[in-house]
Design a protein around this ligand. Sequence first.
Ligand SMILES: O=P(O)(O)OC[C@H]1O[C@H](OP(=O)(O)OP(=O)(O)O)[C@H](O)[C@@H]1O
Ligand SMILES: O=c1cc[nH]c(=O)[nH]1
Ligand SMILES: [Mg+2]
Length: 209
Amino acid sequence: MKVVEVTHPLVQHKLGLMRRAENSTKAFRELASEVATLLTYEATADLETEATTVEGWAGPVATRQIKGAKITLVPILRAGLGMLPGVLELLPAAKVGVVGLQRDEETLRPVGYYEKLSGRMDERTALVLDPMLATGGTLIATIDMLKAAGCRRIKGLFLVAAPEGLAALEARHPDVEVYTASIDERLNDVGYILPGLGDAGDKIFGTRA
Ligand SMILES: O=P(O)(O)OC[C@H]1O[C@H](OP(=O)(O)OP(=O)(O)O)[C@H](O)[C@@H]1O
Ligand SMILES: O=c1cc[nH]c(=O)[nH]1
Ligand SMILES: [Mg+2]
């Protein structure tokens, strides 16, 4: 399974700021979006381009343009919405399909409550957005949904990923590519990532656990 830990200094710096316990909602939200932009830069490095010519100030210039990128962004409600503005900065024309899943905090199993994808997912690359890949249950259920809709090319963008979640994903969907700002140490006994970020949804939306 392709797993890219993006270690660019800007990513490390911004993620380090996110890990502070005392962040304001505004600061956490802005940083989530900024790191998402940087992850998008990495995750789109293999987009196909084609030759074109533009009329420049001194005559025609041979240049390149992106060749028919068909991308659907898939933020997982609710925390994934915190990454969406940053991803749209670089992919402003992308379609957005939304899925809603919430982890049952007793069983740690995901409970699905919403699905609205764009059409022809069989022709599209899905970029799944979620700040946290913990046990992997939420992501695996999302990929099950995407594949049931015909999607065959799936990448996931996460601020932080746990080794346990990556192993579960590899066992079930090894064809999915992962881009993350950090592979952290482990899960604690209630399924939170250590050192992690705490509850990303609560921090992005300003609610309390
Ligand atoms: O890998 P897993 O163990 O499944 O956990 C990760 C999921 O948990 C969090 O969402 P949460 O269920 O808290 O929902 P929220 O975004 O509505 O807060 C997080 O944003 C992921 O979606
Ligand atoms: O560490 C974690 C795990 C799941 N969900 C979060 O928001 N944080
Ligand atoms: Mg949450």
